[in-house]
Structure formats: C-alpha cells, structure tokens
Design a protein around this ligand. Sequence first.
Ligand SMILES: [Zn+2]
Length: 249
Amino acid sequence: MRLLPSLTTVLPFVASLSSATPVDLSTRQASSQVAVGAVINSCVVPGTIALTFDDGPWDYTHTLLDTLAKYGAVATFFLNGINQGSITSYSDILRRAVAEGHQLGSHTWSHPYLETLDHASVLSQMTLLEDEFVQIIGKFPSYMRIPYLSSNDAILAAMAELGYHVIGASIDTKDYENDDADLIWKSFEKFRQELDAGGSIVLSHDTHLYTVETLAENMLKEIQSRGLKAVTVGECLGDPAGNWYRTSR
Ligand SMILES: [Zn+2]
C-alpha cells in the first residue's frame, strides 16, 4: 500500500510552487553537475577519451557508426539542422546513433558564426534545432559545440540562458585540411601529438570521407593500444546519460 504524504511534507512544496518566478529556467538545467555556458575542453574521468564528430548528419555517418561498433566504442555527434544535408533526411541515423549508445549534441541550426547574430537569432539557432530533435528522437540535447569554436561572452551567456553545456576540444585533428588519401596521416599525427600532450576531447567531422574511412579507425586503434576508453562527452565528464537530453523547455 502506498502511504499518502503527510501534510508537513506537502505544505512546503506547495509554498515553493506559489513563490516561483514566472519565467523559470531551472528546468532547463536538469540535475547535471557539469557547468553550463562555459567552454569545456577536457574529460574529467581518468582513462577516458571523447571522440566527437561535427557537421553531420551526412552520407558517411552510417559507415562511421559501423566502425565505432567494430571497436566497441561510442562517440558524440554535434549535429546541424542544415549543413551538408538536412537533418530531416537522416532521421534513421539519429535513431540508430542513440540506440547504439552514442550521444547527440547541437551544433546550431545552420552553422553560422554566432557572433555575427543578434541575441534572438542566437537563441533561435538553438531552438529551431531543438524542435527537429524532438520530432526525430523525442528529446533535445543539453550539450552543444559552437560553430568554428568561435565564441564570446554574449554567446556563452545565451548558452547559459538555454542551459547548454558548451564543449570545445583539446585535440583538434584539422581533418578538413587533410581530406585526402595522401594527407590524412597529418591529422592522425596531430591526434597522437595532442593526445601525448594530455588532450582528451577530440574534434573531427563525419562529413569528410577520409575522416570516416581512415582517420576514425586509426584513432580507435591508437586509443585501444594506449588502454584508453572511447566514451561520449557526457560520460567523460561524469554526467549520467539521463542528463544529456531534455524533453521540455
Ligand atoms: Zn562545424
């Protein structure tokens, strides 16, 4: 039998509801201990590394998911609404990625330089994509990466207002400069060097063929040989999976 709560339990709850401010943003911030509105560049859980892939979803993303599965690894995808392709054309990729334990984050609706936009436009870059996420997977991310890693105080304040954890990078493969069979080794070498230097959040793009066909697998082999574990950004920050998404604003 379920006991009814006593009056002394109920009354303070009612009192706090009645004194709530009209606009309550606290619901956006869930129970996560991870900071909002400040750029996070490194994992905190020892022995973990977070591979992240920006600018998708795209035609190559399924292949990348196959490669990650082959190594028993999970990753984080920072997605756009419209970039190389339209997110609505790739809803199966989003559902597959979530089902296979990957984390989805926001990379804004259309990948603009956010500092060129006014406040309302920055907010709508986020909320437009939230609406699409809700249509496709029934929830929207609480993690994001700013396009071009190009931020300022106003953008970070807007992300704090929306309750977003802002992810930077401590290993930048610059894979977009080396998307060629003869050049991609440069990105892998940069990955190794920055890993040696203590980097742990890795930036690359699933919109580039040689990232998906060559770099990803080489990074996964290197991670394995070093005894590291490739996990999602949320996991490498010690944030439980229930905090990676929200269902209401
Ligand atoms: Zn990007």
